[in-house]
Design a protein around this ligand. Structure first.
Ligand SMILES: NC(=O)c1ccc[n+]([C@@H]2O[C@H](COP(=O)([O-])OP(=O)(O)OC[C@H]3O[C@@H](n4cnc5c(N)ncnc54)[C@H](O)[C@@H]3O)[C@@H](O)[C@H]2O)c1
Ligand SMILES: [Zn+2]
Ligand SMILES: [Zn+2]
Length: 363
């Protein structure tokens, strides 16, 4: 099967023909139908974070079950599924205390050391799977606890977006920050993640939602998603002042959806006393974030959010219902559909800020 492989950091993806093993115990083989391009892969391709190499990139994919291994009774061949990197073991303290997205025992849902690899090149050498999914591939072999069964009414080329971007942004608003009805919100960065946070804030009932981005096209999309106000960060050097002016003094909830220490600082600085800033963006490992210590006296809070603090087996079907009843907008998030061979061009469009989400379709 064909897959997009990263062999060096920094580096581009190369399409390779790989062999995929049969499903072992607890594993599921999936024929991929749609795969979204998330910025996290690009951070790794740019070398801002380290990964094992060679590796099939991609972690936002949906498809159809082809085969299941011993002991799998959650799905059967023909089922439609969305993959999610929050693979839970179900028995570690994080899983058992209601935080399966923080699962602390990945060994329980991976092949044991010394077992045959899931993916190999023609010479038999192993190829890794990014996020233990490897979603930019015609087929995925993953643990059953990394997927959720979804209704066949849901188009898989949009369902895939919920596997990472939508779960992450929507969940950051609704689960991590728990946005309350009637409040004021700002989302900095209106890519796939930020647009999903805006939608989460709208569905949670926020009164004012300010979107901040450098691109006017992104800000227009943000307004379709629920932003009531926008700030063009390319046209001002005082984003915090602009947001304060629009909101009568600041916001209850700020979200950073880019991954830069300067915009994390903006998110914290634009809060009203008692407000909470949630960092979703992946800030490069070597970067530090500095704050003014005195601001803690006004009870401002800064927190991180990983994969929207999800419980994806129940969250994703709920989000699909919201899409099917017209409240969660996904069609509008897809700016481009491409083939697997065009994955590098897809990331070039993201780097240029041209697209909300690009989806690889496999047919
Ligand atoms: N925490 C998690 O679990 C998690 C999950 C998925 C993605 N992420 C991270 O979220 C971030 C966003 O991902 P994405 O896929 O939405 O990326 P994206 O590239 O689609 O969107 C980023 C947006 O930020 C805008 N932007 C860039 N610099 C800006 C600035 N200085 N001021 C205002 N706007 C600016 C860009 O124009 C773009 O619209 C990335 O860092 C990604 O790695 C985190
Ligand atoms: Zn992602
Ligand atoms: Zn666990």
């Amino acid at each position: 099967m064909r897959a997009a492989v990263l062999t060096e950091q920094p580096g581009e993806l190369a399409i390779e023909e790989l062999s995929i093993d049969r499903p072992g115990p607890g594993e599921v083989l999936i024929q991929t139908v749609g795969a979204g391009l998330c910025h996290s892969d690009l951070h790794f391709m740019e070398g801002l974070f380290r990964t094992a190499l060679p590796v099939v990139m991609g972690h936002e994919s949906a498809g159809i079950v082809q085969a299941v291994g011993d002991g799998v009774d959650y799905v059967e061949p023909g089922d439609h599924v969305v993959a999610c990197l929050s693979i839970f073991c179900g028995s570690c303290p994080q899983c058992l205390s209601g935080h399966p997205s923080r699962c602390a025992n990945p060994q329980a849902t991976s092949r044991a050391k010394g077992s045959p690899p899931r993916l190999t090149r023609a010479d038999g050498s192993p190829v890794d799977q990014f996020a233990r999914l490897g979603g930019f591939a015609e087929e995925m072999l993953i643990h059953e606890n990394g997927l959720v069964k979804v209704t066949e009414d849901m188009p898989l080329d949009r369902a895939c977006l919920i596997g990472c971007g939508v779960t992450t942004g929507f969940g950051a608003a609704v689960r991590t920050a728990n946005v309350q009805v009637g409040t004021t919100v700002c989302v900095i960065g209106a890519g796939g993640i930020g647009l999903s946070a805006i939608q989460g804030a709208r569905i949670a009932g926020a009164n004012r939602i300010v979107a901040v981005d450098l691109s006017t096209a992104k800000l227009e999309t943000a307004q379709r998603m629920g932003a009531t106000h926008v700030v063009d960060a390319s046209a001002t050097d005082d984003v915090v002042g602009a947001v304060r002016d629009l909101t009568g003094g600041g916001v209850d909830y700020a979200f950073e959806a880019i991954g830069r220490s300067t915009t994390v600082r903006q998110a914290f600085d634009m809060l009203v006393p008692g407000g909470v800033a949630t960092v979703i963006g992946m800030v490069p490992s070597k970067d530090e974030v500095t704050l003014r210590g005195i601001d803690f006296l006004s009870e401002k809070k800064l927190q991180g959010s990983a994969m929207g603090s999800n419980q994806f087996r129940t969250d994703i079907p709920r989000m699909i219902d919201m899409y099917l009843d017209g409240r969660l907008l996904l069609d509008e998030m897809v700016s481009a559909r491409i083939e697997l061979d065009a994955v590098n061009q897809g990331y070039e469009m993201m780097r240029n800020g041209e697209v909300a989400r690009t989806v690889i379709t496999f047919e």
